[in-house]
Design a protein around this ligand. Structure first.
Ligand SMILES: C[C@H](N)CC(=O)CC(=O)O
Ligand SMILES: [Zn+2]
Length: 307
């Protein structure tokens, strides 16, 4: 029987680069292997017990899901920190599941992300519009920059489970909406996933659930009802909602995820200069609530990681 999460102990996961933010959005977004390694090591030193990692093409900054792309920074991070490595199987919404699972299948990490359902992945920009009748510019309107579906079908999820399970890898179950919790319960009922389930509730991504405190409560109440004591709850808030969502969840006994993958900000209108900035701010909130940040060893215990 998995050990229950000790009261007041909070696991910080840090996601350092991701695949959605582009270099044009912030000069601090880690792109090269050196930058990804330095940002991850800094986040671990600041208190992150789990490091969620993606790779990018150092020239273009584009997501790169080839195992080779992870090779230059993984051993250095493992050398420099005791943090648990969490390799993405999400890659980017443009990739097929066969490509997305390769790095986790190759490196057999302690943790790998697993997206528990498909979602619309939209990105919009304000586009000026010229009214040919009025011969004048109309109020700029929102136009889709990207109109994607981040596909995670039941077969895709099964494929990743089958590919990684034999490696002792456990999953960070990314749940962007309530339905994804039901999908997780479905795989649990089929015995294809074993408790404790590390549930990463994702708030504030267009296409998924919002960031209202009621959304957070709804996710937690539903997870409590469907998964009982078999899950360890964590949250990530996208963009400016990151620390507000973290504070609410920590106060409810949950764990938190921060990092430049999920938000480029360190407070209102201030770009984070590194993911460690956000780890330090999360830590301040956690300790301010009279709680303590879990060490990598404690996180392994709580999540039954292979170590
Ligand atoms: C919202 C996050 N980008 C979700 C994520 O981290 C997905 C993954 O890497 O598998
Ligand atoms: Zn990710």
């Amino acid at each position: 029987m998995a050990t229950l999460q000790p009261q007041g102990k909070v696991i910080i996961t840090c996601a350092v680069t991701g695949a959605i933010h582009t270099p044009t959005m912030s000069p601090y977004l880690p792109i090269t292997p050196d930058q990804i390694a330095a940002d991850a090591i800094g986040a671990a030193e600041a208190g992150a017990a789990i490091l969620h990692l993606h790779a990018r093409d150092p020239e273009t900054g584009k997501p790169d899901q080839t195992p080779e792309a992870f090779a230059p920074f993984l051993p250095r991070i493992k050398q420099a920190t005791d943090a648990a490595i969490n390799i993405t199987t999400g890659g980017s919404p443009y990739m097929k599941v066969e490509e997305r699972v390769l790095p986790a299948a190759t490196y057999k990490p302690e943790v790998a992300s697993l997206n528990m359902g498909s979602i619309n992945f939209g990105l919009f920009h304000l586009a000026p519009k010229y009214d040919t009748f009025k011969h004048d510019w109309e109020k700029p309107h929102l136009e889709a920059t990207r109109d994607l579906v981040f596909r995670n079908s039941f077969k895709d999820i099964e494929y990743i489970l089958e590919t990684c399970y034999g490696n002792g890898t456990r999953f960070e179950f990314e749940c962007y909406d309530i339905a994804h919790l039901y999908n997780l319960a479905h795989f649990a009922d089929r015995g294809l996933v074993k408790p404790p389930f590390f549930v990463q509730s994702v708030f504030g991504l267009l296409g998924g659930i919002g960031t209202h405190p009621e959304d957070v409560m709804h996710m937690k109440r539903t997870a409590d009802r469907l998964l009982g004591t078999d899950y360890r709850w964590s949250v990530l808030g996208a963009g400016a909602s990151q620390l507000r969502i973290a504070a609410q969840a920590a106060a409810l006994g949950g764990n938190v995820r921060v990092g430049l993958e999920d938000s480029l900000w360190a407070g209102k209108g201030k770009l984070a200069t590194c993911s460690a900035d956000q780890v330090r701010m999360a830590r301040q909130i956690i300790e301010g609530l009279g709680m303590t940040v879990a060490t990598p060893t404690e996180a392994r215990e709580i999540l039954s990681l292979k170590g």
